[in-house]
Design a protein around this ligand. Structure first.
Ligand code: CP
Ligand code: NVA
Length: 307
């Protein structure tokens, strides 16, 4: 049983293959329409947190390809509260052909996969956001042709989005630099995995605290919210620490002249990303959001073994 819990669970060749499929499916979507590969297939979507992009792009991915999706809201099934994760996994496995879950604790999506007899996709956990990374890689490849040799610089909190971006970047041969405030590092275990992947591809990982140093020579600047879902009680503390890590016109001017600026969204405008950059010529934030649709079609097609 193949699940999609983390990009690092796959080989670089498998990730590249899914991305190639995503690019092909996107072309087909715009040129001839979508093949009905998901006919008779239903995706169960379990959300413990809010979502715009993940919810709508997965739902539309299923509909475009002739399938269907069922949305289960945070207070509907009470993952691990109303019912155990093991029981939910086994019940859902009899109803749907594939599941996607957005959870607080990463261990919960792992537990769901352990008990499920249908593929499980991580739609964001406190540790990682692999579906976002797939769309991000697709966006970068569309712009630069490949990720090999690029410098991807992440500025801000060493969070779930940073972890998955680091893993996919170094797997595909891009150097990954992060500048985060002291105390807001990516988890050590994620860095360790990143370093192992980088050895294989020959990419470099730079762990910095200075955003100006981090963006020098970068083809991609990436940022995300300073306060992720589930950390709301830390908002004031974080708002005091993170302002030097704002991605603004000055910081962008210090990168490569063709740099693209990325953000997984939702953006807290004029906090981590200024309006002029978000809506300016370097911004890739909307193509990036739209690529969630195509990248996830490819992930679903591979898990459902229909393409
Ligand atoms: N980027 C992303 O996952 O957005 P949502 O939280 O809206 O799904
Ligand atoms: N790091 C953010 C990403 C949202 C898509 C969060 O976890 O809230």
């Amino acid at each position: 049983m193949k699940h999609f819990l983390d990009v690092a669970d796959y080989s670089p060749a498998e990730i590249q293959d899914i991305l190639d499929l995503a690019i092909r499916l996107k072309k087909e979507h715009f040129e001839h329409g979508n093949p009905p590969l998901f006919k008779g297939k239903v995706l169960g979507m379990i959300f413990q947190k809010p979502s715009l992009r993940t919810r709508v792009s997965f739902d539309m991915a299923m509909r475009h390809m002739g399938g269907d999706a069922i949305y289960l809201s945070p207070n509907e099934i009470g993952l691990g509260k109303r019912e155990s994760i093991a029981d939910i996994a086994r019940v859902m496995s009899g109803y749907v052909q594939v599941m996607m879950a957005r959870v607080f604790e990463h261990a919960h999506v792992v537990e769901l996969a352990k008990w499920s007899s249908v593929p499980v996709i991580n739609g964001l956990s406190d540790f990682s956001h692999p579906c976002q990374a797939m769309a991000d890689a697709q966006t970068i490849i569309e712009k630069f042709g490949s990720m090999k040799g690029l410098t991807v610089s992440y500025v801000g909190d060493g969070n779930n989005v940073a972890v998955s971006l680091m893993h996919i970047a170094v797997m595909l041969g891009a150097n990954f630099t992060i500048a985060n405030p002291a105390g807001y590092d990516m988890p050590a275990v994620a860095i360790e995995t990143g370093k192992k992947l980088a050895v294989v591809s020959g990419a470099k990982i730079n762990l910095l605290t200075d955003p100006h140093e981090a963006v020098k020579g970068a083809q991609v600047i990436y940022t995300d919210t300073w306060t992720s879902m589930g950390q709301e009680e830390e908002t004031a503390k974080r708002e005091a620490v993170f302002p030097p890590y704002q991605v603004n016109a000055k910081l962008v001017s210090e990168a490569d002249k063709d740099v693209i600026v990325m953000h997984c969204l939702p953006a807290h405008r004029n906090h981590e990303l200024t309006d002029d950059v978000a809506d300016g010529p370097h911004s890739a934030i909307f193509p990036q959001a739209h690529n969630r649709l195509h990248a996830q079609k490819a992930v679903l097609a591979r898990l459902l073994e229909v393409a």
